[in-house]
Design a binder for this molecule. Structure first.
Ligand SMILES: Nc1nc2c(ncn2[C@@H]2O[C@H](COP(=O)(O)OP(=O)(O)OP(=O)(O)O)[C@@H](O)[C@H]2O)c(=O)[nH]1
Ligand SMILES: [Mg+2]
Length: 522
């Protein structure tokens, strides 16, 4: 975990302008990661200052480990005292999702190795090892997008080989962008920007102009409108957890159409929270529709070491399962409750009502819950998924997207179109079926992998973008618009929260079973 922050600071920041911005959500404390990720110029610093920063970072990392142990002790103590009040383990939570498969301890050790290397004059060698590690990590991510890249980049390269008039080039480019599933809005934006650039500067468009505009636009879209800059900014949207000061479990609610990868993602997330964060995780099997669904989630619970709440019998309704799970999560001091729901169509009114009932059962018992409502979409589905997602956004409310199966499709560009059409961030992506094939969504890394740009290409294209006044002005304007359009933060509803001790025997509508729904049509 630490390795990511470390690696991006060491080998990423200089040549991969945004990479450092992924680091703040590293698993170690922000103090630790910030020590690394204060961060541009890190590589060019003198060995002496590198050594100083490493020492500070190691100290911060040590403190983080100590804080994490203290939080776990506190939680155990609360449980031993039989107190409710939940087990949110505080600030560490938000750090969890900057993951790769490395453990925090490994990161701490690595940091200490670097400190030792600096003290013994082996720093160069150690930096190279770290750099190789990050390259390997990026390569693994990049493999998942290979099919998408092959298709897209092939089309673009053909285009660059032609030397036609501007309008002809733009027309062919627009076709390639649409073919790559980037969506009409983003494709149109890119074409307009290129046309304006060519006209304002009265010159022919070079391949690098096109690449830089394409890259900057995609990053801006995926970053929710943030201006792509050499300093990064915005970047990865972290999973939202409960406000640590409330001391309640964080609730992640997964929903979506059939077979999108909800249960698999729930399992992967649980595993990561357990393994990398040492979190106490409870799963709620709210898919009471499909016979094997509970069994499937149970397997993931066993694999990840999470506990699980299953339906009492075949007639228990999902809102009731969720209500019991929320009460257990609060009274037994769980850090995170993850709800797995059954697949459904977005135009099924009664099943959407059921989703709302489940969310209400959660918010009645835990303030602000669910803290993230994650819609899981399969990248290969295409436009249909966008239309469904729009309906769910309006009807049920979603706060984030998980895009799965990016490893098996050439439609990676779909991610751009769903974000631009919905204005909802992608937070996680699935790049395979195994436990570890889940990644934080990192817009810059994603775009550079999709377009096949090396860190050196990325730096060069960023510089071209920054030297293009037309693009700078247009992007700034879009950033302002995105800021104005951003929905205001709504604080958690505290008044509906009742302490578990007084609530445990109360029967709410949801715990009695909520609305019964027809379940034949899906
Ligand atoms: N290649 C690949 N396969 C995935 C990914 N995520 C999930 N799958 C596979 O997709 C299939 C469906 O996954 P589930 O997790 O059962 O999907 P679900 O959304 O829970 O399905 P329902 O509950 O039936 O609606 C399984 O075979 C998974 O292994 C991914 O990121 N990549
Ligand atoms: Mg499922």
């Amino acid at each position: 975990m630490m390795m990511l922050a470390l690696g991006t600071a060491l080998c990423g920041a200089a040549s991969f302008p945004h990479a450092h911005a992924f680091a703040p959500s590293a698993m170690l404390s922000s103090a630790a990661s910030n020590a690394f990720v204060s961060r541009r110029g890190f590589v060019s610093s003198s060995t002496e200052s590198v050594e100083k920063r490493l020492t500070q970072a190691a100290a911060a990392a040590g403190n983080a480990a100590a804080r994490s142990t203290a939080a776990a002790t506190q939680r155990r103590r609360r449980q031993q005292q039989g107190g409710g009040g939940g087990g949110g383990s505080g600030g560490g939570m938000v750090m969890l999702f900057d993951f790769i498969k490395k453990r925090a301890q490994e990161g701490v050790e690595q940091t200490q190795n670097l400190v030792t290397a600096a003290q013994t004059g082996r720093l160069d060698e150690a930096l190279k090892e770290t750099s190789a590690y990050v390259k390997d990590r990026n390569a693994k991510f990049s493999d998942g997008l290979a099919q998408s890249r092959l298709r897209f980049v092939g089309d673009l390269e053909n285009l660059f080989g032609m030397a036609g008039p501007l309008e002809e080039t733009l027309e062919k480019l627009e076709e390639a962008l649409l073919q790559a599933d980037l969506g009409a809005t983003t494709s149109f934006q890119i074409i307009e920007d290129l046309r304006n650039t060519a006209k304002a500067e009265d010159r022919r468009l070079e391949p690098d102009d096109i690449k830089s505009v394409l890259r900057a636009t995609l990053i801006q879209v995926l970053n929710g409108g943030t201006m792509p800059s050499a300093e990064g900014g915005g970047d990865t949207a972290a999973i939202t957890f409960a406000d640590p000061s409330l001391g309640v479990p964080s609730v992640l609610f997964f929903m979506g159409a059939n077979g999108m990868g909800k249960t698999t993602t729930v399992g992967k997330v649980a595993s990561r929270l357990r393994e990398d964060g040492g979190q106490k995780v409870l799963l709620a099997a709210a898919d009471t529709f499909r016979a094997a669904a509970v069994e499937q989630l149970n397997e993931w619970a066993e694999r990840s070491g999470a506990d699980i709440v299953v339906p009492l019998d075949k007639d228990e309704r999902p809102p009731s399962v969720v209500a019991r799970a929320a009460e257990k999560a609060v009274s037994e001091g769980y850090d995170v409750l993850i709800v797995d729901t059954s697949g459904r169509l977005s135009n099924n009114y009664s099943l959407n009502e059921e989703l709302k009932d489940m969310k209400k059962a959660l918010s009645d018992r835990i303030p602000g819950a669910p803290h993230d409502t994650l819609l899981v979409v399969d990248a290969s589905v295409g436009r249909n998924a966008v239309d469904q997602a729009r309906t769910w956004k309006q009807e049920v409310g979603i706060s984030a997207l998980v895009v799965t199966k990016l490893d098996g499709t050439a439609r990676g560009g779909f991610v751009v179109s769903i974000v631009s059409d919905l204005g909802v961030p992608v937070k996680l992506i699935g790049v395979g079926e195994s436990l570890y094939d889940l990644r934080d969504f990192e817009p810059v890394l994603f775009v550079d992998s999709l377009l096949g740009y090396s860190p050196e290409d990325a730096s060069r294209l960023q510089a071209i973008f920054e030297a293009n006044p037309v693009m700078q002005a247009r992007m700034l304007e879009r950033m302002k618009k995105a800021q104005q359009a951003a929905e205001p933060y709504v604080p958690p509803k505290l008044e509906s929260y009742v302490e578990p001790a007084s609530k445990s025997r109360r029967k709410t509508k949801a715990s009695k079973g909520g609305k019964r729904t027809k379940r034949k049509k899906r």
